[in-house]
Design a binder for this molecule. Structure first.
Ligand code: BGC
Length: 856
């Protein structure tokens, strides 16, 4: 189907646009198809011929992007500029688009065929916007639930990531669009992502953090890779010889384009010599000023520059970018077909974690009134924030999805359930106003300019620009008087992107930072006050730029939940409580809290006390703190960020039109502290070092480099839980269904040669009364290994759709890697002959089938 369309496009182009092309391309003998062709001697010869026509200056010019999202053109050889767009959950950069169930949601489907369809949809959307490069997928391991970008990434498991990313990349690239796997590597947190140095041993890197990139390159044949911001073992990713040259280009044989993240290049010569091909979004470091001199001085070889330009041109030739317009009129900017892919994505990913008394599925015929309450009920929350956040054409919120499904006979009530944060800030009354002192320093020294803000926006400054360019620190002081006795909530927020820092003190006592050290997402604390009690609040605020963006409000918890929401809960047969995060509270550039955003615990408890049928839907890129309320609600449905059809899918699952089938792509912790990475998450205190960054002729700028030690090593997610024998709240791979499944008839050979393929087979049976899908998960243990290994590791899975009573025989082939570990001294994957245990089940903890195989 596609190829017919492509032929039409090509012949149109060769007739109609031939004279626009420089002679060199008109004569090219190669026919380009929409999907990339493999590299070949003919392409290589063309690429080399083009590079040979360029001067050194022209070649260097091609090593940096322009206008934020473009490669540079080179008219001398007829090379146009090529267009990029963020990803990874929608083609986001060029206006409204389709927002897919991406990242964590896609991983929760455990369905690589779906990932392929999502990739195809993204590829079509990209072409409809003339986009050549999609800046996705993101495959960094979800090491901690608070990392701000987990929603964009896949899972805590390298194998699951590797399988899903392969489908995604193949889908995107099949449409003639270059996928860009990111962020290579070890960018597992947003906290200080530009500066942190990840100190990690090679085995942990190879077994946990690199395999998804490896699969993207060696199995998905991705044609672009994006380096991350951070340092790895002392060297920034963009100039990391080990990662870029040794592993990516040499071992994995990557022939495509290695680009930097936006402003992630720090040294032109080092980046040029250590594998970076394209500096984005512009040539701040890899430019003529630096590189011409370096080539002349012999510190960068011209052949190194040639290799980069060859990679760019070779890839662009393989995609036919020089021979066909990227825009294909057959690819609609908005397509109902893509909406179906989004809906399937959401349906396959929603994960039912608790269903007490089988309250779900709800029976629509028995419901007269349903209340949908909560900040995530409306408008639709399709993705987290930052470069991945898309403007979806027609996002379906949970309240709309439910109303659409139920039709006019059921009355659907809606309340946000909590005030907007701005209401909270502006309604807080400060006794005598707020005193603001602006110091001309970063440490509250010097003579401040002072003012008293008497108005209602007293401690609420949005985008106020400070005078002068020098450093500033701001101190806000105010008194708050409690009108009545009870629990009060203090809520604060600063500017986006995690550049600001602040501390809040009440009556001289500093409030502890919540789960993160930067003041980037709204923080909240509770305080018990007596009637008439006055507290003194002091905020020390360090803006990360010359723009002040800070707010703080106080409210009584009793007054927080509007009466209308309580009345709706009382009147309804069932309440859907839609809570969780959204772009403002879970986004790129900073981490998020493990606790739900402010007020939501109180909201759930208040509503659950009124109506026992309170069903919680949770929007989050991973786990969150459910301790304050989980025992009080019968149902918990994890929706991740389900894309623009999330509301439709939630309604279909709640009312049994679709049997839930998502499985957790991460272990769901009770508390952040029990996550195995928690104690190693923040930089080692007192170990910061300094780094001088020199940009062209400018004076060097000193950066502070904090050091992170990944001493949790291989103990990421379920590897930790199963090795220690402890249990998280919900295990990796877990998810409930409206039917039941059983596993039987495991067949594993008793012995096999080490390095050979081992076929494992078993039956999966739907033992319940409705059709459904199960994910059969295969874990391998290596009890006789010479070195310590995680207790079990996922090495195979298959999603099986079964009618009631139906059985399917599944075969999973385990290759050599399934049994191997990284032997650091020998620098290779090794299998220790001996006994291996094969387990099969429906989560990392529930594996009813077990058998041994001896490798010799
Ligand atoms: C992000 C990348 C993104 C780029 C371009 C960076 O801030 O880390 O993932 O592709 O911006 O928007």
């Amino acid at each position: 189907m596609k190829s017919q369309k492509t032929h039409f496009t090509q012949s149109f182009f060769s007739l109609g646009a031939v004279c626009l092309l420089p002679v060199v391309f008109c004569c090219l003998p190669i026919a380009f198809s929409q999907a990339p062709v493999p590299d070949s001697p003919a392409i290589e010869a063309q690429a080399e011929a083009l590079v040979a026509k360029l001067t050194l200056e022209q070649k260097i010019e091609l090593l940096g992007g322009q206008d934020n999202m473009f490669t540079r053109a080179m008219p001398a050889i007829g090379l146009p500029r090529f267009k990029m767009s963020d990803g990874p959950v929608g083609v986001k950069t060029w206006g409204p688009t389709t927002a897919y169930a991406g990242g964590a949601a896609l991983a929760a489907s455990w369905d690589p065929a779906l990932a392929h369809r999502v990739g195809e949809g993204l590829g079509r959307d990209a072409r409809a916007r003339s986009v050549h490069f999609l800046l996705g997928p993101g495959v960094n391991i979800a090491r901690s639930p608070i990392s701000g970008r987990n929603f964009e990434y896949f899972s805590e498991d390298p194998f699951l990531n590797g399988i899903m990313v392969t489908g995604y990349i193949e889908g995107v690239q099949s449409q003639g669009v270059i996928a860009t796997v990111k962020h290579y590597a070890l960018n597992n947190q947003e906290y200080n992502r530009h500066n942190v140095d990840v100190e990690i041993d090679e085995r942990t890197m190879r077994e946990i953090y690199l395999p998804a990139f490896e699969a993207a390159v060696t199995k998905g044949h991705v044609d672009a890779v994006m380096n991350s911001y951070n340092l790895i073992n002392g060297t920034h990713a963009t100039q990391n010889e080990f990662l870029n040259l040794k592993v990516l280009k040499d071992e994995w044989g990557f022939q495509g384009i290695l680009m930097s993240d936006w402003e992630a290049t720090y040294d032109g010569v080092e980046a040029a010599n250590n594998g970076l091909d394209l500096e984005m979004p512009s040539a701040r470091f890899m430019n003529a000023k630096t590189l011409l001199a370096a080539v002349r001085a012999g510190t960068v070889k011209e052949s190194t520059i040639d290799d980069k330009v060859l990679r760019l041109i070779r890839t662009e030739l393989r995609y036919g970018f020089l021979n066909r317009p990227q825009f294909d009129p057959a690819d609609a900017s908005y397509s109902v077909a893509d909406r179906a892919v989004v809906l399937d994505g959401a349906l396959e990913s929603l994960t039912l974690l608790k269903n007490e008394g089988s309250l779900l599925p709800l029976d629509a015929t028995k419901i007269k009134t349903i209340a949908v309450i909560g900040p995530d009920a409306y408008p639709a929350v399709t993705s987290g924030g930052g470069s991945a956040e898309t403007q979806a054409f027609e996002p379906v919120s949970i309240v709309t999805g439910i109303a659409n499904l139920l039709g006019p006979k059921v009355s659907v009530l809606y309340s946000r359930g909590l005030p907007e944060i701005m209401d909270l800030f502006t309604k807080t009354r400060w006794e005598g106003g707020v005193h603001v002192a602006v110091y001309p320093s970063k440490d509250f020294t010097g003579t401040p300019e002072t003012k008293t803000q008497p108005d209602i926006a007293a401690m609420n400054e949005r985008s106020q620009r400070l005078d002068g360019t020098g450093p500033h620190s701001l101190r806000y002081t105010g008194s708050y008087k409690a009108a009545k006795a009870g629990r009060y909530l203090i809520v604060s927020s600063s500017g986006p992107w995690g550049r600001d820092e602040y501390k809040v003190a009440v009556d001289g006592k500093e409030l502890p930072a919540t789960t993160h050290a930067e003041g980037q997402v709204p923080e909240s604390w509770t305080l018990d006050l007596s009637a008439g009690q006055t507290v003194n609040v002091v905020v020390d605020y360090l803006p990360g730029s010359s723009v002040v963006h800070f707010g703080l409000g106080i409210a009584s918890e009793q007054d927080l939940i509007p009466n209308e929401a309580k009345a709706m809960a009382a009147a309804a047969d069932v309440v859907i409580l839609s809570v969780g995060f959204k772009p403002e509270t879970e986004h790129e550039g900073s981490d998020r809290t493990f606790e739900l955003p402010w007020g939501q615990d109180a909201l759930i408890n208040t509503i659950a006390a009124i109506n026992p049928h309170a069903i919680v839907t949770l929007t989050a890129g991973g786990g969150a703190d459910t301790r304050p309320w989980l025992s009080k609600v019968p149902v918990l449905l994890h929706t991740y960020y389900p894309g623009q059809e999330g509301g439709t899918a939630v309604a279909e699952v709640l009312f049994g039109k679709h049997n839930p089938e998502g499985k957790l792509p991460v272990s769901f912790d009770r508390s952040w502290e029990e996550n195995p990475s928690a104690q190693y998450y923040y930089p080692i205190k007192g170990a910061d070092t300094k780094l001088l960054i020199t940009e062209n002729d400018k004076p060097p700028v000193e950066r502070v480099i904090p050091h992170l030690k990944y001493d949790d090593r291989l103990m990421v997610g379920y590897r930790y839980w199963t090795t220690t024998g402890k249990h998280p709240l919900f295990p990796f791979g877990f998810g409930l269904s409206y039917t039941t499944f059983s596993f039987a008839n495991l067949q594993v050979p008793a012995t096999a040669a080490a390095g050979s393929t081992v076929a494992v087979s078993f039956d999966v049976i739907n033992t319940g009364r409705v059709a459904g899908a199960e994910v059969a998960q295969l874990y391998v243990s290596d009890p006789s290994a010479k070195i310590g290994r995680p207790e079990r590791e996922l090495k195979g899975f298959e999603k099986v759709r079964l009618a009631p009573g139906e059985m399917k025989h599944v075969t999973i082939n385990l290759d050599a890697r399934s049994f191997s570990y990284w032997e650091t001294a020998a620098h290779k994957w090794t299998i220790d002959p001996g006994k291996f245990v094969i387990r099969v089940g429906d989560s990392s903890e529930n594996t009813p089938l077990k058998a041994d195989v001896t490798l010799n």
